[in-house]
Design a protein around this ligand. Sequence first.
Ligand code: ADP
Ligand code: MG
Length: 474
Amino acid sequence: MAAPWEDVLRNKAAVEEAARVAVDAALLQGVLMRTEGEPNASDVVNYAPFTLLPSAVPSALFQQAYAVQQDFNLLVDAISQNKEFLERTLASTIKVDDFTARLFRIYMQVLEEGLAQSVFLGINRSDYMFDCGVDGTPSLKQIEINTIAASFGGLTSRTAAVHGQVLKVLGRSEEASRLLPNNPSKGLALGIAKAWELYGSQSAVVMFLVEEVQRNIFDQRCVENELWNRNIRVIRKRFRDVFEKGSLDDAKRLYMDGQEVAVVYYREGYVPKNYDQQNWEARLLLERSRAVKCPDIATQLAGTKKVQQELSQPGTLERLLPGRTEAVARMRATFAGLYSLDVGEEGDKIAAMAIADPDRFVLKPQREGGGNNLYDEELRQVLEKIKDSPERTSYILMDKIKPQPAMNYLLRAHSPLQVSECISELGIFGVYVRQGKEMVMNKAAGHLLRTKAIEHADGGVAAGVAVLDTPYLV
Ligand code: ADP
Ligand code: MG
C-alpha cells in the first residue's frame, strides 16, 4: 500500500526544491501555528509541521472509518445519558484517579440539581491506525475517541492544497488531482450553529473556552470564522475570565460581561494542568448553566480510557444501543484488544501477561493530549511496581497496533530536512446535535491524517511528535 512516489524520495535535489515550495504554500494556505517563544502573540508565526508528501491510506479502510462515525456519535451520546453505566464503569477509576473523580463529582452535582441544558452538541474525533496483521493485510483499529477539544479540524482543511502543489512540482499532477477535498471546520461550525439556533436567542454568543497558552489559535480561528460568516458572534475566554466575570441568572442562563452565552465550545479543560481551584469553580458554573456545552461533563466522561475499555467487553455495546445490531458490529470491528486492570484475579492475570510480553501492549492512564502512555520496558517497570496496589486501576491495557511504516519527510521549522520511517493515524470528526430526546443532526464532518516517525511511540501534533498529513487513497 505504498504511495506511488517512493522513488521521488531518493532524488535529493527534487526533494529540497519541493520542500521550499511546500513551506511557502503552507504559509500561504494558513497552515499556521504560533511559536513556542511567543505562544500568545501573532506577530511572528510559523507553519504547523506537516509531511512533505501525502501518505498512502487504504481506500477501503478510509471508507470504513467514515461509515462507522455516525454509529460512534450515537454511542457517545447514549453513554452520556446513561448514569448507571458511567457510575458503574468509573467506580474503580475514581477511587484512585483524582482528575476523573473531580469531573465525576461535578457530573453528579449537576444531575442532582437537575439539568438546565436541553440542547446537546457533540464534536468528537475517532482516531485509528492501520494494523498490519500477520498476513500483511491492514485493518482499521481504533486508538481512541476524543470527546473534548478534538483539534486540527481547521488546519487540516488546508493541507490538501499544499500537498497538491507539491505533487505538481514533482511532476505528479494526475495524483494531485486525486487528493480529496476536506473541510472539518465547516462541519464543526454547522454543528455549533445548529446548537446556537436551537438555544433560541438571536443576541446570544458562542464562547470558545481557550487555554492560557494559545499556540494553536489558527486552527480555532478557522471554526470561528465559519461562525462569523453565519453572523454568529464568537467570544474567546479562559476559565479565569469565567471565574471573574461569569454569572447565572434565575433561569440559569449564562452571562459573560453582560452577554448571554448560547454555546460553550471547550478547547480547554481536558487535562489536570488546566485546572486550579478557581478553574474548577468556573467549570462547575458552566456545567450548571443552560448554555449548550460542547461537550457537557457527561460526554467528557464518556471519552475516558476506562469507558473505552468497558465498551470492548462482550454485551456492553448491545446494552447501550439496544436493537442496533449492525451499528454494533461496525463499531466492534474496529476495536483492538482492551483489558481491565481492576483489582482481582482477572486483573492479576492481565498484569502478569503484560509484564511477560510488554512489546504487545500499551499501558494507558486516564489522560488526554499525548505523551502519557507507557510502552515496552517502561510499561514493564511501572506495572511491576503497581501490580499489587489499587493504583493499577487508574490504567487500562491495550493491544499495541503495529502499522506498516512508509518513508516520508517531516517538515518542521528550524529542523533539518531528513527522511524518516513513518506511521500515520487517521481521525474522523463527528458532529451531532440532540434536542431533548431527538437527534437533529448526526454527521461525519471530515478527516485528519497525522504522521510521525516510528521512533516516537506516543504523542500528537500539539505535543510536537506528529505532523499534519493528507491521505492519498490507494
Ligand atoms: P491521548 O489521549 O494522549 O491522545 P491516545 O490513546 O490517543 O492518547 O494515545 C496517544 C498516542 O499513542 C496515539 O496517537 C498513538 O500514536 C499512540 N497509541 C495509542 N494507543 C496505541 C496502540 N494501541 N497501539 C499503538 N500506538 C498507540
Ligand atoms: Mg489521542
